[in-house]
Design a protein around this ligand. Structure first.
Ligand SMILES: Cc1cc2nc3c(=O)[nH]c(=O)nc-3n(C[C@H](O)[C@H](O)[C@H](O)COP(=O)(O)O)c2cc1C
Length: 407
């Protein structure tokens, strides 16, 4: 168990005090002007006080016209630096590192937040959630260059506000993932075709951020092991991209998988079932790279956390939903008062309705918990879906009742 509390040094020299990595969860705490509400400061202070070594924010967007869901925050020239500085400072309490996840939705922008999404190519979303999204239009080369600049600006804003680093969101089917995927990216210019071309957008973003923020500023990435679809982003693609990014100086890599068409990253976990998602892939990757690897998804028990480290599956334990239920899991493990946690299903009490809103419930429950902690309350863990649904309606209006992300 002691291995969980061993510090680790990122390639640029930043020391992270232990192996607990609070993975990104969109807090849905953005104002109408796309600035963070003050509550976010309180929430991140609790995660920092709870003992995690590295805390990643929910996805922060680079472009006000391309949000991923209601309640998003944008980092750009108009950012409210006062609140951002308070947010960064709260997240650094207790020797914790806080990094900002930076994202662009691309075509995964629901109709409720974006009527005309953009993407590398005109490839609409398929599957059961397809009717929630309008078909995208293809980005021009000038627009791609402009977006690279927007990602760079967002990273610089994060640095200037005092955050410890940034994480590029290249996973879960969002814009960078769309460029990487041969299914989504059908371009015939230098941004499409072979692997090097498909990763050009990512490389330009990384290099822009590195130049703007300097060699000492940690820049990591979240990426899919695969998209799990025929002709999509494969494990071989993923291993190639990560090794190239390591050569360019990336500081850490978080492994996830899936998108809105195949939401593998947030499969449900039930009592007694402790399957670490993407573990086999992560082990493969660990043998190929030297930068710290984080594996996220399904990790619940101390036993499985220790196993991840001892079997050389990853260097950090990525935790999302468990940390929304209990922000102090790392401290409790240190005290010996935590064994495991259940991330159970909620129910409206009406089976047919439960099936219809299952993906929505997978999100709004955790957002309700985050809002309650942010307000200084200790939430009651519940199985009743109605408070979460009403919270979504109250905070985001009707848009909050449409599935916002693939769980
Ligand atoms: C409410 C909620 C919001 C999420 N928001 C993000 C996000 O902004 N960025 C991201 O990369 N993943 C996001 N995720 C996915 C998690 O980071 C994580 O990959 C997934 O929940 C699996 O980990 P877990 O089993 O520990 O929850 C979100 C998950 C939830 C439940």
């Amino acid at each position: 168990m002691n291995t969980l509390f061993e510090p680790i040094i990122l390639p640029n020299g930043t020391v992270i005090k232990n192996r607990f990595f609070k993975s990104a969860m969109n807090e849905a705490m953005g104002t109408r002007n796309l600035q963070p509400k003050k509550e976010v400061v309180n929430l991140y202070r609790q995660w920092a006080q709870g003992g995690a070594g590295l805390v990643v924010t929910g996805n922060v967007m680079v472009d006000p016209t391309s949000l991923a869901e209601p309640g998003n925050v944008v980092f750009n020239e108009q950012s409210d630096m006062t609140t951002l500085k308070e947010w960064a400072q709260a997240g650094r309490t207790n020797g914790t590192a806080i990094m900002v996840q930076i994202n662009h939705s691309g075509k995964q922008a629901p109709k409720t937040v974006n009527k005309q999404p953009v993407a590398p190519s005109v490839v609409p979303i398929e599957g059961s959630m397809a009717n929630l999204f309008n078909a995208p239009r293809a980005l021009s080369r000038e627009e791609i260059k402009d977006l690279v600049q927007k990602f760079t600006t967002a990273a610089k804003v994060a640095k200037d506000a005092g955050f410890s680093g940034v994480q590029i969101h290249a996973a879960h089917g969002y814009l960078i993932n769309q460029f990487l995927s041969p299914h989504d990216n059908r371009r015939t210019d230098e941004y499409g075709g072979n692997r090097d071309n498909r990763m050009r957008f990512l490389v330009e973003i990384y290099q822009g951020m590195r130049t703007a923020c300097g060699a000492d500023f940690p820049i990591g990435m979240k990426i899919n092991s695969a998209d799990f679809r025929e002709g999509g982003f494969s494990e071989e693609d993923s291993l190639y991209v990560i090794q190239e990014m390591e050569n360019l100086g990336l500081d850490f890599i978080e492994i996830s998988g899936g998108n809105y068409e195949k939401p593998t990253m947030s499969a449900s976990t039930s009592k007694g079932k402790n399957k670490v998602f993407f573990a086999d892939y992560s082990k493969r990757l660990k043998n190929l790279v030297k930068i710290p690897v984080i594996v996220t998804g399904g990790i619940r028990s101390v036993e499985s956390m220790v196993e991840v480290l001892e079997t050389n599956t990853a260097d950090f334990i990525g935790l999302a939903r468990p940390m929304a239920i209990d922000p102090a899991i790392p401290n409790k493990i240190a005290e010996g008062s935590y064994e495991t946690i259940e991330t159970h299903h909620l129910s409206t009490g009406i089976k047919a309705l439960d099936r219809k809103v299952a993906s929505l419930l997978g999100i709004v429950y955790y957002q309700l918990l985050m809002h309650q902690y942010a307000k200084g309350k200790t939430p009651q863990v519940t199985r009743n879906a109605w408070p979460s649904l009403l919270h979504a309606l109250y905070t985001q209006g009707l848009a909050g009742l449409f599935p916002q992300r693939a769980k």
